[in-house]
Design a protein around this ligand. Sequence first.
Ligand code: HAM
Length: 419
Amino acid sequence: MKYRRVRGTEDIFGTESEKWQQIDNIFKHICGLYGYSQIQTPVIEHSELFRRSIGEATDIVEKEIFQFQDRSGRDLSLRPEATASIIRAYLENSLYQSPGVVKLYYSGAMFRAERPQKGRKREFHQFGVEAIGSYGPELDCETIMLANRLLRSIGIEGSIIELNTLGCRKDKKKIAGYLKDIIGKNIPDLCPKCSDRFERNILRVLDCKNQACRDVLGNLNVDIKKAVCPDCINHFQELKRCLDGMGFQYRENNFLVRGLDYYSRTVFEVIHTGLGAQNAVGAGGRYDNLVEDMGGRPEGAVGFAFGLERLSFIAANLPSCSRMLDVFIVLQDYKLVGEALKEADFLRAENISVDIDFQGRSVKSQMRLANDRRARFVLIIGQEEAQKGVCSLKDMSTGEQKSLTRKDVFKTIKGGVNC
Ligand code: HAM
């Protein structure tokens, strides 16, 4: 093989691609029900955007960004996530001028130079939402319920929403002090990464997957809420009341902190045991300082993103349209391909999917191809029949074959394709 795909990237095609499209379509429809509209932002942005929003001392910015200089020396990056880009677009296009909460959804490729493994790619895809313009915990509640609704809509059961609060910007120093005090004596028991995090971004110690570190934190009864201000605790209580009022199930996780610095107050993760080590199918939270930090007027905002690769992996029950093609046209003689093109053109204009063999195969081999392509009907065109204006139509699910006029062919096919 001369060329291979770049490490950590995938080719998505066939039924997997169909599945993604189906998820995308269902999600877009549901987001519409919640008042969201679509936004598409560029895959490349100025690197400074991500440094500023995600944070200098995060793994993403320190190690994972695909960063490069263009020919004019501009410092550009492939987006590692979309929230920063959406807020940039919100400000750059004055979207704040529209009344009410601005609700935007997006889907597309993101890039992070992580060590590739199952469920972790260097190019991956997210479907996400951002709601900008309210500090109210009710918006957090609606957003979390939307995440759950999206999962249900594609038949995913058994996911768990984990919830925590990180407090506001003022609380960050207090939280860091609280963690330094409580964990400080135990640094020798932590993994080398955590010793480093202790100095540079102490909150991330809580996120370590190393069992020894987890045990240390568990034994110390670490709970950053002890250092969070009363207003933020109240916001968190209100959110939980709101979720309880909706009969919504969630789990509090005192160790949930997230790997991006822009979060404040609510953070959440949607986990699914079917995913293995990379068990977060989606995640999000509030980021009440980001709009202002990026030069706008202060605005509360909340959002989340799902990873499509992970979604698709656990969406085993997605009701799928397993048939790929409505009609395959089989030619008794390749000279009749012109007739086939006319017929295909007519049917396609009626929203019926059609394919033809362009390789001059035998009838038997064309029938095999129709089978491979999971065609619902096979339309057989022969010289004599073409002259009489009729053709044979075979229903591939029943095996029944009839000689029909073109008009009747159309009626039968139209009646038989509803998937
Ligand atoms: P995140 O937790 O970095 O958050 O990513 C969200 C989801 O994207 C993850 O839960 C996971 O499903 C998927 N994902 C992340 N990295 C990879 C990877 N390397 N390979 C495969 N899937 C991956 C964000 O990106 C935030 N922007 C979410 C958000 C939106 N917060 C507020 N609004």
